[in-house]
Design a binder for this molecule. Structure first.
Ligand code: PMT
Length: 409
């Protein structure tokens, strides 16, 4: 394991998203990553050098021809002191300079002179992002091996909608952690290497009699995709799954169960763990009497009535544990109405750290389907993501959970 302190060189370009870089600095430092900041002249129109250096706890570099900086540390040396150079926000102008190989200020010179990998978080107006010149520049940078995070799609500060919004600071941190996970010598896997993640997935089957059961339409796709994404981040993964028809992602330990009670016992058997994710669609009720023989029609036309009793709530049980409560407990909320409000209630009632809410109404096609639209519901905020494949949702979620776990650790 590499024990060298981690350090990034953060270039803050001149865009409205520059304020988010302050949060990025805070998150990086919390995750044990030192930040050497470079603030471009345009960037300094949006955030002050004092706030940047205050948060970084280090001197902020602004000018190529600043003699004091040059005396203490030349710009070539500055470009090489970090493991990774991060440009956030990376404006259309900065991207164009990088693609053209221009070096006419400190930021562009550092980007040209560095011998370290470069990660950029583009941020610009949607038309600027879609402009053929920007797209040409992006293609050039990708060919050059520059790493990207974002841009996200959504409402923009300028009032327009579309791709161009800078990735959220937590997502940029996740991309930085991915770099550290896969690039630092001696760290073989990823940001969750050495961490155990327990995931529940699929439906439960609650027997009515030996041949019939109560179930739901969960396919297990979202939970299995999460397991695969967690493996990709280096985690040890225990997947507690109800009955589904899916291949087991390589590297995952699968524990197959049928009922909610079996699922609770299996999750309990996997504790302690670092992150627990409850994606299974657990039946809230089971039949009070589990008939030992097949129930029969007696020809009288009388219909049997099924008495139900409540199942244990696995998420709620784990969320409220005093001993061995995982540091990060993530629940899901499957709703057909008032999605956010109901998810907020579940967050509190089940003592989860975060709820991933999704609309499972018939029209959404989420349960059993291949795509999902999720809302991250926290204690004080809600973040809504666009519709994506369940794999893309899973990768983005796992990146976020890993960053959150590291932040809290
Ligand atoms: O499997 P797919 O077809 O890919 O579909 C994915 C999904 C829609 C099933 C998934 O994204 C999802 O929303 N999972 C949660 C389903 C659910 O049961 O939600 P809920 O709102 O009823 O429960 C809230 C939370 O409590 C969930 O984390 C659930 O796992 C948990 N729970 C619920 C009841 C119970 N007895 N025990 C639990 O742990």
């Amino acid at each position: 394991m590499n024990t060298e302190p981690k350090r990034i060189l953060l270039i803050i370009g001149g865009g409205i998203a520059a304020y988010k870089s302050l949060e990025l600095i805070r998150l990086c430092r919390k995750a044990g990553i030192a930040v050497t900041p470079i603030l471009t002249r345009a960037g300094a129109e949006f955030v002050t050098p004092m706030s940047v250096s205050g948060l970084a706890g280090e001197e902020v570099y602004t000018d190529l021809f600043d003699l004091t900086d040059e005396a203490e540390m030349g710009h070539i040396q500055l470009s090489r002191i970090a493991d990774l150079v991060v440009a956030a926000p990376a404006t259309a102008d900065l991207i164009a300079k990088m693609a053209a190989g221009l070096a006419n200020d400190l930021a562009s010179t550092a980007l040209m002179a560095t011998d370290k990998p470069v990660l950029i978080a583009p941020a610009m107006n949607v038309r600027m992002w879609q402009h053929p010149a920007t797209q040409r520049n992006i293609a050039t940078l990708k060919q050059d091996g520059v790493l990207f995070t974002g841009p996200d799609e959504g409402d923009m500060a300028c009032g327009e909608y579309g791709p161009g919004r800078m990735s959220e600071p937590a997502d940029i941190l996740a991309a930085i952690m991915r770099f550290y996970g896969s690039h630092l010598p001696g760290v073989p896997h990823g940001p969750l290497t050495g961490r155990k993640v327990v995931i529940t997935a699929g439906p439960t089957h609650e027997p009515i009699d030996p041949v019939r059961y109560i179930a739901n339409r969960s396919s297990g796709k979202q939970g299995y995709a999460l397991a695969e994404a967690a493996i990709a981040l280096g985690a040890e993964v225990a997947l507690v799954s109800g009955p589904v028809h899916l291949p087991v992602p390589p590297g995952v330990e699968l524990i197959q169960v049928e009922t909610a009670r079996e699922m609770l016992a299996a999750v309990g058997g996997e504790l302690p763990c670092d992150i627990a994710i409850f994606c299974a669609a657990v039946a809230d009720w089971r039949t009070a009497a589990d008939a030992k023989q097949k129930m029969k029609k007696d020809g009288s036309g009388k219909v049997p009535s099924l008495e139900l009793t409540e199942n244990p709530d696995i998420l709620k049980t784990i969320g409220h544990l005093k001993k061995h409560r995982p540091p990060l407990v993530i629940g899901f909320a499957a709703e057909t109405e008032n999605v956010i409000v109901n998810a907020q209630k579940k967050l509190k009632a089940k003592a989860a750290d975060l709820i991933v809410a999704n609309d499972v109404s018939h029209e959404s096609g989420v349960m059993g389907g291949s795509q999902n639209t999720v809302h991250l519901v926290g204690k004080d905020d809600v973040e809504s993501w666009d519709k994506m494949s369940k794999q893309a949702v899973a990768r983005k979620l796992m990146d976020r959970f890993a960053a959150l776990y590291i932040e809290r650790a």
